[in-house]
Design a protein around this ligand. Structure first.
Ligand code: GUN
Length: 283
């Protein structure tokens, strides 16, 4: 079975558009991008396009490649204090002179629609998340939409990043999976992977997952974004070979990627609903 993230994302965005309309709210997202990286610019453009489609207002703040940490922090603080802005997204990676941790920590947790602030990661760890990071939340949504059992299943997450691997493992744990987190120092990595009922690869290496590392019938989730010499996009998984062995698999493109943006839109609407509650205006 091919897990069609594009189709699930379309369905969620349509539903969200209706919910936003019914709410009478006008959620607003602000993005901050530093520099001219073409991939980052493309991602940010896609996020603004999704906003427009579902009825979320958006503003884009563009800072120069040589911006200092202080300049980025000032932009974040302005948005924190702007009551018209519900969600703040700082596009990563930031240039090396900007302290990424300081910037993430400066975002008001109630506007942190990426879910990267330690308060939001802590709530996730406590099993009571408000904003979970969008990519792993998107993966959970795909698993739910396709009714893939999670409870009691062996889930193996390869990769331990703050934006994908770690929150993915916690979301799966919160859904009662038995979770193993693997990384570059893991002994017997392939044996661990072969034990997975649900295998999530967030490594960033083309051809990393081969069929001999996959249990027959397993669900394989590919979070990789890798470009070959011709500029063609691939995931971490050798898709054509692994699909023969897996029970269910996400393609790249059209799998996890579109879900990330849909979850960002859902988180922004949640931020707007929360703000409305605090202000005692609606809901
Ligand atoms: N860069 C790549 N993915 C992401 C994401 O989900 N959020 C942000 N802020 N930056 C990214």
């Amino acid at each position: 079975m091919i897990l069609d993230g594009k189709a699930v994302s379309e369905k969620r965005l349509e539903l969200l558009k209706e919910q936003i309309e019914e709410s009478g709210l006008y959620p607003r997202l602000a993005t901050i991008i530093v520099g001219e990286d073409p991939a980052s610019k493309l991602y940010v453009r896609m996020k603004h396009r999704a906003c427009e489609r579902v009825g979320i207002g958006s503003i884009a703040i563009e800072l120069p490649e040589d911006a200092s940490t202080k300049q980025v922090l000032e932009a974040v603080r302005r948005l924190n204090n702007d009551p018209d802005i519900n969600g703040i997204l700082v596009q990563l990676p930031l240039p090396p002179q900007v302290e990424t941790g300081s910037v993430i920590n400066a975002i008001a947790p109630e506007k942190d629609v990426d879910g990267f602030h330690p308060c939001n990661l802590g709530r996730l760890l406590a099993g009571d998340p408000i904003f979970a990071p969008c990519t792993p939340q998107g993966i959970m949504t795909i698993l739910e939409e396709y009714r893939i059992p999670i409870q009691g299943q062996q889930a193996v997450v390869v990769g331990r990043s703050i934006d994908v691997g770690r929150p993915m493992a916690i979301l799966l744990l919160n859904a009662d999976a038995t979770v193993t987190i693997c990384h570059s120092k893991t002994r017997d990595l392939e044996d661990e992977m072969r034990g997975a009922d649900i295998l999530v690869s967030a490594v960033g290496r083309l051809g990393f997952v081969r069929p001999d590392m996959v249990k027959a019938g397993a669900t394989v989730i590919d979070v990789g974004i890798n470009y070959d010499e011709e500029g063609k996009l691939h995931g971490d998984v050798d898709f054509e070979a692994v699909r023969e062995r897996a029970g269910a698999i996400t393609p790249v493109p059209g799998g996890v990627g579109p879900m990330t943006i849909a979850m960002l839109m859902e988180n922004t609407f949640r931020a707007a609903r929360l703000a409305a509650c605090y202000n005692n205006t609606v809901l």
